[in-house]
Design a protein around this ligand. Structure first.
Ligand code: ADP
Ligand code: MG
Length: 297
C-alpha cells in the first residue's frame, strides 16, 4: 500500500513564513469545481472555503499552515482532505470548526460566514481520549444533545439510544470509556457527532491510531452509516488508500504550507473496473510527489 511519508515533509526546505513569498502552484491544475456549472454548484454547497490562508504566531515567527485553499463541499459529499503530515489538514478542519480564523479568505457554512464553533459542525478526532471518562457511553452521546442541542433529558436519551444502536454499541450503553477498545471508543465519538445531526461531520484521521484490521472495519462501518443517512462528511487523512476508500471527492494538498494540488472525483462506475484502486493510488502518489516520480524515471 502506498503511503505518504512524514519524513519527506520534515526534510523539505524550511517553509516561507510570509504568504506573499509563497510560490503559487500551477493555475492549470485539475479542479472538479471548474467542471460544469460552477455557480449552481457553489449555491448548493454546504461548506465553501475560499482562498483560506491560515497562519500561527509562535513567539515572533509566523507559520503559514495553508495558503489560499479553495474547496466546496456539497450535501452528502464524503469530501476528503489528503496530504502529507504538516500540510495543514487539521488546521483547515479547525478553521471550519470555527476555532481558528483565516488571515485571508473566508469559510462559509450554509452561506453564513464561520466565526466561531457551533453545533452545526461536529468533530471526531484521532485520539481515544475524546470521551468524558466519568460518563457512560450513553451519557457521552447525550451530553452535547443536552448542553449544545438544548434537548430535554428524555429527548436526548431517545436520540442518543438511536445513534448508539446505529454504531452497534447498545450492549455497552452503561459502560465507561476506560472499559472499551479503541475501536469502540471511536464508535462512541462517531455516534456522539452524528447524534447532533450536524450540517457537516468533521473527522480528523479518526482511524489512524487503530490496528489495520479494526481500521478497515471502521471504514466499512462509516460507509454503511453514510449509505443509511447520507450525512455530509469532511474527512482528513494522510493515507491515499483510505482517501480512495472513503471519499467521493478528494482534495490533494501540497506539503507545508498546504496548497491545493488538485481535486479528484471517484465516479461510481469506476468500482466496476478491476484494479482501479491501485491505478488511482499510483496516480495520486505521482501528483503528490512529482519529484519522487521524476527521480525514479
Ligand atoms: P496536518 O494535520 O496536515 O499534519 P497541521 O494542520 O497539524 O498539519 O499543521 C500544519 C502546520 O502548522 C505544521 O507546520 C505545524 O507545525 C503548524 N502548526 C500546527 N499547529 C500549530 C500551532 N498551534 N502553533 C504553531 N504551529 C502550528
Ligand atoms: Mg493533523
Amino acid at each position: 500500500m502506498l503511503g505518504i511519508h512524514a519524513e519527506r515533509a520534515a526534510t523539505a526546505a524550511p517553509p516561507p513564513v510570509l504568504a506573499r513569498k509563497i510560490p503559487r502552484l500551477s493555475k492549470n491544475r485539475p479542479m472538479l469545481a471548474d467542471i460544469g456549472d460552477k455557480t449552481a454548484m457553489l449555491e448548493s454547497a454546504v461548506l465553501d472555503v475560499r482562498g483560506a490562508t491560515i497562519q500561527y504566531k509562535t513567539g515572533n515567527a509566523l507559520v503559514t499552515a495553508t495558503y489560499r485553499v479553495d474547496f466546496s463541499v456539497l450535501r452528502s459529499d464524503r469530501f476528503v482532505l489528503l496530504g502529507p503530515s504538516g500540510c495543514g489538514k487539521s488546521t483547515l478542519l479547525k478553521a471550519v470548526g470555527g476555532y481558528i480564523p483565516p488571515v485571508e479568505g473566508e469559510i462559509r457554512l450554509g452561506g453564513k460566514r464561520v466565526t466561531r464553533p457551533g453545533p452545526d459542525r461536529m468533530m471526531v478526532f484521532q485520539e481515544f481520549d475524546q470521551l468524558l471518562p466519568w460518563k457512560t457511553v450513553l451519557e457521552n452521546v447525550m451530553f452535547p444533545l443536552r448542553e449544545a442541542g438544548g434537548m430535554s433529558r428524555r429527548q436526548a436519551r431517545e436520540r442518543a439510544l438511536a445513534y448508539v444502536e446505529k454504531v452497534g454499541l447498545t450492549r455497552v450503553l452503561g459502560s465507561y470509556p476506560h472499559t472499551l477498545s479503541g475501536g469502540m471508543k471511536q464508535r462512541v465519538a462517531i455516534a456522539r457527532g452524528m447524534a447532533m445531526e450536524p450540517d457537516i461531520l468533521l473527522m480528523d484521521e479518526p482511524f489512524a491510531a487503530l490496528d489495520s484490521l479494526t481500521r478497515r472495519q471502521m471504514q466499512d462501518e462509516l460507509l454503511q452509516l453514510w449509505s443509511d443517512t447520507k450525512f455530509t462528511l469532511l474527512f482528513v487523512t494522510h493515507s491515499i488508500a483510505e482517501a480512495i476508500k472513503i471519499g467521493n471527492r478528494i482534495l490533494l494538498l501540497s506539503p507545508h504550507p498546504g496548497q491545493v494540488i488538485a481535486e479528484l472525483g471517484c465516479p461510481p462506475s469506476c468500482g466496476a473496473v478491476l484494479g482501479w484502486e491501485a491505478a488511482f493510488e499510483t496516480r495520486i502518489h505521482g501528483m503528490l510527489f512529482p519529484q519522487e516520480e521524476a527521480d525514479s524515471a
